[in-house]
Design a binder for this molecule. Structure first.
Ligand SMILES: NC(=O)c1ccc[n+]([C@@H]2O[C@H](COP(=O)([O-])OP(=O)(O)OC[C@H]3O[C@@H](n4cnc5c(N)ncnc54)[C@H](OP(=O)(O)O)[C@@H]3O)[C@@H](O)[C@H]2O)c1
Length: 217
């Protein structure tokens, strides 16, 4: 069943994308790492394969990667977010977009004109595909260590069916997920990462994350 899930990670050569690929391929998901540069994607895939041993992992350009995927993770720095999403417009019909992008300037969070990175992506894509916000508060350092326990993942968006599917996928990487409400909540979740970055600096850590208490499994 897992083999039927195809996930493209746009910007998948970076810290978050490559660590996420490791966590998704291990339970049998097919991952296509996307890059602006196909050779760079393939080089990263080769190095990840050495860690993984087996599993379905490929490297393509961002445009090629999304073609075969039902789920498309956007994992690029905010500076490239709008341009990257706009370049994919027209190729995302019938897919679900998972936006992990945190608007940061010099490591500090800010609210972009659209209201959040999530809303910016949805504004660009219109009705073409639902955009679900997730993974903002997860540490790539923890993700890349298969045995490390992960923080909780707050998932938000306006399409409930897409949000549910995204939560099921995130379960596969070993994280608890919570439906954190509509897309309008995205700026809070994105901004929380700014606090986590501050905490990492202040307490000399690399994996500050969030845990929700008071809700039973
Ligand atoms: N790192 C984390 O722990 C973490 C956790 C949660 C959320 N996030 C968010 O996830 C996103 C990715 O984080 P990251 O740490 O993986 O970032 P990153 O390593 O700096 O960049 C990811 C990839 O994005 C591509 N890229 C870089 N600049 C770009 C631009 N201007 N336009 C289009 N693509 C560009 C690059 O891939 P190519 O050169 O191969 O195209 C790069 O390898 C960020 O928005 C970050 O805030 C990160």
């Amino acid at each position: 069943m897992e083999k039927d899930i195809n996930i493209a990670i746009v910007g998948g050569t970076g810290s978050l994308g490559s660590a996420l690929a490791l966590r998704l391929v291990a339970p049998g998901v097919r991952v296509i790492i996307g890059s602006r540069d196909r050779e760079k994607a393939r080089t990263v895939v080769e190095s990840l394969r050495k860690i993984l041993g087996k599993g379905s992992l490929e490297g393509e350009t961002n445009q090629e990667a999304v073609q075969e995927a039902e789920f498309v993770v956007i994992a690029v720095p905010y500076e490239g977010h709008a341009t990257t999403v706009a370049q994919l417009k027209g190729q995302l019909t019938g897919k679900t977009v998972i936006d992990a992008v945190v608007p940061l300037k010099k490591g500090r969070p800010f609210v972009p004109p659209a209201g959040s990175a999530l809303m910016e992506a949805q504004e660009i894509l219109g009705d073409e595909a639902p955009v679900i916000g997730a993974l903002h508060n997860i540490s790539a350092v923890d993700l890349q260590s298969p045995d490390a326990s992960l923080g909780d993942v707050l998932v938000c968006g306006d399409n409930d069916a897409a949000k549910q599917k995204v939560m099921e996928i995130i379960h596969k990487i070993g994280a608890r997920t919570f439906d954190a409400g509509p897309a309008a909540n995205g700026y809070v979740i994105e901004g929380l990462t700014g606090i986590l970055i501050y905490l990492n600096r202040k307490y000399k850590s690399k994996h500050a994350s969030v845990k929700v208490t008071g809700i039973s499994d």
